[in-house]
Design a protein around this ligand. Structure first.
Ligand code: NI
Length: 201
């Protein structure tokens, strides 16, 4: 498919979701390839320095000792991001008391619009412990690269907003030492997510 073809494809919301799944499939296959290459020790994740919704600097070390469910997206996202954040929230609730050991984290790939103030209002809609992380464009780019997350600005003719963001939609489960444990593709149900998390906790 040509680049213009891809851009035309993602213009419609329904098709954009399909493209997100397609992109996620690409990322998943890339992650799996790396896992094979590394003999099971996937190089997903790593150190990051970002800014939370209180405007405080946060690094990966602040999450040591807890599991993390990480999702990359943006607050202007019309459907995919809210859906996945709701799934994360429901999965944590489904885990009961064990859910307290999991830190849900939403990292924006649209730092231009997603200031700490915008993130604070947004994360409160989904889970009381959801951390919203933003940063400089360079900080976000470095973090997304470490997690193999694709994103880019795209024209948004269907909305009054100047632009939308194409991005991969994957939930990452990281362990208490910051190690990669598992990823969840779009469409994973909260119960399935909770079950798979319980199996590795
Ligand atoms: Ni989204």
């Amino acid at each position: 498919m040509t680049r213009n073809g891809i851009i035309a494809l993602v213009a419609g919301v329904a098709v954009a979701i399909a493209a997100g799944i397609w992109i996620s499939d690409l990322v998943i296959s890339k992650v799996e390839t790396r896992q094979a290459q590394d003999n099971g020790a996937a190089r997903v994740g790593g150190p990051f320095t970002l800014v939370n919704e209180q405007g405080e600097t946060v690094t990966e070390a602040d999450f040591r000792g807890r599991y993390m469910l990480i999702y990359f997206g943006f607050t202007f996202c019309p459907d995919v991001c809210p859906t996945e954040l709701q799934v994360i929230s429901s999965a944590i609730e489904a885990l009961g008391p064990r859910g307290a050991d999991i830190a849900p984290v939403f990292i924006t790939i649209d730092p231009e619009r997603d200031t700490p103030e915008v993130m604070a209002r947004y994360v409160a809609l989904f889970h009381p412990r959801l951390t919203g992380l933003t940063g400089t464009p360079e900080q976000i780019a470095a973090t997304a690269k470490a997690w193999h997350v694709f994103y880019r600005k795209a024209e948004d003719e269907s909305s009054s907003a100047d632009y939308t963001m194409d991005h991969s939609s994957i939930v990452f489960l990281m362990g208490p030492e910051g190690e990669y444990l598992k990823l969840f593709a779009p469409g994973t149900s909260p119960d399935k997510m909770a079950e798979d998390i319980a199996a590795v906790m």
